[in-house]
Design a protein around this ligand. Structure first.
Ligand SMILES: Nc1ncnc2c1ncn2[C@@H]1O[C@H](COP(=O)(O)OP(=O)(O)OP(=O)(O)O)[C@@H](O)[C@H]1O
Ligand SMILES: [Mg+2]
Length: 272
């Protein structure tokens, strides 16, 4: 049974990492999120899909405490999001990083340690080096450590930016369209690299690319102003059609283990 997140009883889990209750957000009178009830638990790899403009990035910004809800509640690790920012790693949808800037991959990843530093003029120490090394290993970019970021491929850059987020040793990783500029092969490498991240980190993955939803995702929801969740961890025609307003082809590809998702009715899709 598909349900919208505003139905009573949608949230029953104790101690969630992210909990929103009837979260609503508007920009200049235009409602972008309506009564969103999201519950992400420790260890989840939670994927949210949805059409352009559906409110996915807005939801991420609310989880980061960058925008305040018009109404409803949001708690991250049981607290106000602003009070737990150092526990959150964030990979934004559009990289504002100046790739022409002459900086090496290792230095970019070290930037992820800044939030962990207490004093203004503190230097990086052994603990920082260890965290940076581990983050690069997880994203399989150690061999690129001395390369200038400007010489990397799109997929390598993306893995570098994620390593920067991991270097801060977050308890929660928010990924907003992490594979949007990445080809199929890099995308598969990228998701394989992320499997180990879940050992220490809860992951919320935002995407409108249904093909990236694969075996490692533990929960899936669709967001189009309202959040459509489902009793199982499978995505169905019904919830996608409700979210997108019409049936959408559900495909997976690549050599990594993947879920076979339900097919939609071709006639309906043609009419859409
Ligand atoms: N600062 C803002 N001021 C006014 N409207 C905004 C602002 N930010 C976002 N919006 C609008 O809110 C809606 C949701 O935007 P959002 O970026 O959350 O969508 P999204 O689901 O991330 O879309 P996409 O898949 O294109 O990334 C869009 O209609 C967008 O134009
Ligand atoms: Mg977005």
């Amino acid at each position: 049974m598909t349900r919208t997140s505003d139905e009573p009883g949608a949230i029953t889990i104790e101690d969630p990492v992210i909990l929103t209750e009837n979260l609503s957000v508007s920009y200049e009178g235009h409602q972008v999120l309506e009564k969103v009830n999201l519950c992400v638990r420790k260890g989840d790899w939670y994927a949210i899909i949805g059409p352009n403009g559906g409110g996915k990035t807005t939801l991420i910004k609310a989880i980061l405490g960058l925008i305040s809800p018009g109404s409803g509640k949001i708690r991250v690790f049981g607290q106000d999001p602003k009070d737990v920012r150092e526990r959150i790693g964030y990979v934004p949808q559009y990289q504002t990083f100046q790739y022409a800037f002459p900086i090496r991959v290792r230095e970019v990843v070290f930037l992820g340690r800044m939030g962990r530093m207490k004093g203004l003029f503190q230097r990086y120490g052994a603990e920082d080096s260890r965290a940076v090394h581990e983050a690069m290993a997880r994203m399989r970019i150690e061999h690129l450590a001395d390369r200038s970021i400007s010489t990397l491929s799109g997929g390598e850059r993306q893995r570098t930016i994620i390593a920067r987020a991991l270097a801060g040793e977050p308890d929660l990783l928010l990924l907003d369209e992490p594979t949007v500029y990445v080809d199929d092969l890099s995308r598969d490498i990228f998701f394989s690299s992320l499997t180990r991240v879940r050992e220490t980190c809860t992951v919320l993955l935002i995407t409108h690319d249904i093909s990236v939803v694969h075996a490692h995702v533990t929960k899936i929801a669709c967001l189009n102003t309202r959040l459509f969740t489902h009793d199982s961890d499978q995505i169905t025609d019904e919830m996608v059609a409700q979210s997108y307003g019409c049936p959408v082809d559900l495909i997976t590809h690549g050599d990594i283990p993947h879920r076979v998702l339900e097919r939609h009715n071709r006639k309906e899709a043609d009419e859409c």
